[in-house]
Design a protein around this ligand. Structure first.
Ligand code: G3P
Length: 217
């Protein structure tokens, strides 16, 4: 499973990218607001940090406006992936942009039928929002399962990008189901490495090692 980081905070992106485990970045208008930066400027900086796809979202809601904004965003860097909302105009723009060779990420997906349409529109990625479905009292992970089955039934190439991830359990469950990508907030990525028994075991090894009085090298 590929790991994208879900943030527009360049310091966080740089830190996580240094691990060599980062495959891409996703942003959205709320994350741009949180960064306090200009969208073009911050997106360009992010594209220079990571080699993988960087999702940048259009804000127009009509086809022509989306196409116009997509062209502006695509000029920022070669690794831009155009993020479009799951509406009829968004799907139409997705189809057109994909046919022109752009990477596309269809976002705000809350149903399997929406994901089916996005695949038919040739989306590179579909972003089902797990956490927001859980917030509404349903099971976000069920949606990932349904999309996995549908895409496998028809060999759709659209990659399932599990989004709105809030917990380490979300990451594990998405991986078990076979999501192609998870876009994860920085704090959750860092929490994935943690296990109290790892810390306890390491402390014990280091204490015993000190008693040997040895050094490696
Ligand atoms: O990038 C979209 C998505 O991951 C949003 O997450 O936590 O705002 O529901 P959240």
């Amino acid at each position: 499973m590929k790991f994208f980081v879900d943030t527009a905070d360049v310091d966080e992106i740089r830190e996580i990218n240094e691990t060599g485990l980062l495959d891409g970045v996703t942003t959205n208008p709320s994350l741009i607001l949180k960064s306090g930066r200009d969208i073009t400027e911050v997106t360009k900086e992010i594209c220079g940090i990571v080699d993988g796809p960087v999702s940048a979202e259009v804000t127009a809601t009509d086809f022509d406006g989306m196409m116009r904004e997509a062209k502006v965003l695509a000029k920022i860097a070669d690794n831009i992936c155009i993020k479009l909302p799951l509406t009829m105009d968004g799907l139409k723009a997705c189809k057109k942009l994909t046919s022109e060779g752009h990477q596309t990420n269809v976002t705000l997906c809350f149903s399997a039928n929406q994901a089916l349409l996005a695949a038919k529109a040739g989306a590179t990625y579909i972003s089902p929002f797990i956490g927001r479905i859980d917030d509404a009292g349903a099971d976000g992970m069920e949606l990932i399962e349904e999309i996995r089955s549908i895409y496998d039934n028809y060999d759709f190439e659209t990659q399932i990008l599990a989004a709105s991830i809030r917990t380490v359990m979300h990451v594990k469950e998405a991986a078990l189901i076979g999501a192609d990508v998870a876009t994860v907030p920085p704090g959750v990525i860092k929490a994935l490495v943690k296990h109290p028994l790892t810390d306890k075991g390491l402390d014990a090894f280091l204490a015993d090692w000190a008693k040997t009085g040895q050094k490696i090298g």
